[in-house]
Ligand binder design. Structure first.
Ligand SMILES: Nc1ncnc2c1ncn2[C@@H]1O[C@H](COP(=O)(O)OP(=O)(O)O)[C@@H](O)[C@H]1O
Ligand SMILES: [Mg+2]
Length: 236
């Protein structure tokens, strides 16, 4: 096991000073990263598989590079002309900030509003609230509003399927949808596992990280058995 990082670095580290115009630049790709990227691109060649590939980036441990992996993978994919949507499913909104949004809590529409719509059984327009990054990445942002939703969803029917409804509506418009999860195995993370085709697990080669993977794999297996039998896992 090793920490994943796709070697597409942000050129401007001062993220907050240049909202939505952050230049992204490739430096190098290792052979393994080249291979992973080529696999992602080749399996979704337009006209071969019409629907997008949905990847949940998950680990209940914080600081293992979930958000970094999401933003770098998205940057690498758009450089290959792949239509890519990032969904920020973490109320800390690190991905939203990484893509240049200075004040996520002031955004008029976030993933929390999407879930509200699904709960209220309203029609979902997948383009509503999308932030278009100048480099080509689309973002469904998050904000602190999402922090109460694990409790809110407890009493809702079909609580594990809320995100899937949004993702399925967005699939026809993207080659890849990346879901950046919060460091928790709560109902929102389960929603990501149910909505996804595959789960990417960034981790670190440390004892407690490995122990944490046991619980994550139990959850993954349960979701696979009960809700999403086609889900695949990749540990990096
Ligand atoms: N490959 C890497 N090498 C060194 N530091 C990294 C790498 N990937 C991420 N980091 C750093 O680790 C920290 C946590 O990363 P982050 O993506 O926010 O983790 P998570 O989303 O899992 O909480 C950040 O400060 C980030 O810059
Ligand atoms: Mg994160």
């Amino acid at each position: 096991m090793q920490t994943t990082h796709f070697s597409c670095r942000l050129e401007n580290q001062d993220l907050l000073s240049s909202p939505l115009t952050l230049p992204l630049k490739f430096y190098y790709l290792t052979e393994e990263e080249e291979y992973v990227l080529s696999q992602l691109v080749s399996t979704t060649q337009k006209g071969v598989i019409p629907m997008s590939q949905v990847i949940a980036i998950v680990n209940q441990k914080g600081g293992v590079a979930k958000t970094t992996t999401t933003v770098n993978l998205a940057a690498a994919l758009v450089q290959q002309d792949e239509r890519t949507l990032c969904v920020d499913l973490d109320p800390q909104a690190n991905l939203t900030m990484s893509l240049g949004c200075q004040n996520p809590d002031e955004l008029p529409y976030t993933i929390a509003d999407v879930i509200d719509k699904v709960i209220a059984e309203k029609n979902i327009d997948p383009s509503e609230g999308i932030i278009h990054h100048a480099e080509g990445i689309d973002l469904m942002p998050s904000s602190i509003q999402l922090s109460g939703y694990d409790t809110l969803l407890i009493n809702e029917y079909g609580r594990e399927n809320m995100l899937r409804q949004y993702v399925d509506a967005a699939r026809p418009f993207y080659d890849h949808i990346l879901i950046d999860c919060q460091p928790s195995l709560n109902i929102l993370t389960i929603n990501a596992l149910v909505a996804a085709d595959s789960v990417l697990i960034p981790t670190q080669p440390q004892f407690f990280s490995a122990k944490g993977l046991e619980l994550l794999f139990q959850t993954y297996s349960k979701v696979r058995r009960k809700m999403n039998p086609d889900l695949n896992a990749h540990v990096r």
